[in-house]
Design a protein around this ligand. Structure first.
Ligand code: FE
Length: 255
């Protein structure tokens, strides 16, 4: 009896051993172990972390000055936004109307007037030397009212003190606009023997009187020694934004 039990036990154990799963081959076991060790997780993660948009986040707010950010909202209102730009780029103020009803003094025409000048407000030509000046102002009557359509005929020397008595260099005429304004672009005249820098002009109201006179510039050599210079005809020169000079003068025509 015990011998049968022993045989059954041995048989059972053999069956158990036959049914147990066989272990994987050594090569398979190695590849499973090596795969995780070939992908070094700790060294891959840090680069992707530092590539996050950290720099972009810090650069954004610090690049925008607070002043610009606060200037933007007022611009939504067109009317109230104007004070901001004018603080940094104020327009050149219009020349003041200096007029007490006294006519501008007349001056000698001199020997160098040439009639039939071209109509132009800009006497500056390419390659012309000297200090460029912008002369602006109005033509008024003795009631200090602007005269529209008044003719202004200018002539002067170039920066070297030379007149063009053959052609029309540094000569030209123009007409005032509806508000009596004129604008002359030219160069500061030079000195010629016996005269300080000056610009000649004939001012002619439509159907009205003609004023012939000259204007001079503050601080120029010879102003004190010239018998024709009058204080009311001396024009201050101011610095213009383009590096040149600016001057303003109103002509008051006699009745
Ligand atoms: Fe002259």
């Amino acid at each position: 009896m015990t011998q049968r039990l022993h045989i059954l036990f041995i048989t059972f154990m053999l069956l158990l051993a036959a049914c147990a799963p066989s272990p994987p081959p050594a090569s398979e076991a190695q590849t499973v172990v090596q795969e995780p060790s070939d992908t070094p997780v700790p060294t891959v993660v840090p680069p992707t972390h530092t590539a996050l948009p950290e720099p972009a986040n810090t650069a954004g707010p610090t690049d925008v000055p607070m002043a610009e950010a606060t200037q933007t909202p007022p611009a939504a209102n067109g009317a109230t936004a104007t004070p901001l730009p004018t603080g940094t780029a104020a327009p050149t103020p219009a020349p003041k109307i200096v007029c007490d009803g006294t006519p501008t003094p007349a001056q000698a025409e001199g020997p160098y007037y040439t009639p039939n000048t071209p109509e132009r407000a800009d006497l500056v030509e390419a390659g012309m030397g000297g200090t460029q000046i912008l002369v602006t102002g109005k033509v008024l009557n003795q009631a200090c009212e602007p005269i529209a359509g008044a003719k202004l005929d200018f002539w002067q020397t170039d920066a070297n003190g030379e007149y063009d008595n053959v052609g029309y260099r540094m000569r030209g005429h123009q007409f005032t606009d509806e508000n009596g304004n004129y604008v002359l672009e030219t160069v500061l005249p030079g000195v010629y023997p016996g005269r300080p820098p000056h610009i000649h002009v004939k001012v002619n109201a439509p159907g009205g009187p003609v004023l012939t006179t000259q204007i001079y510039f503050e601080g120029q050599p010879g102003n004190e020694n010239d018998g024709l210079v009058q204080p009311s005809l001396i024009v201050p020169l101011t610095d213009a934004a383009d590096g040149g000079k600016a001057a303003a003068f109103n002509f008051v025509l006699p009745n």
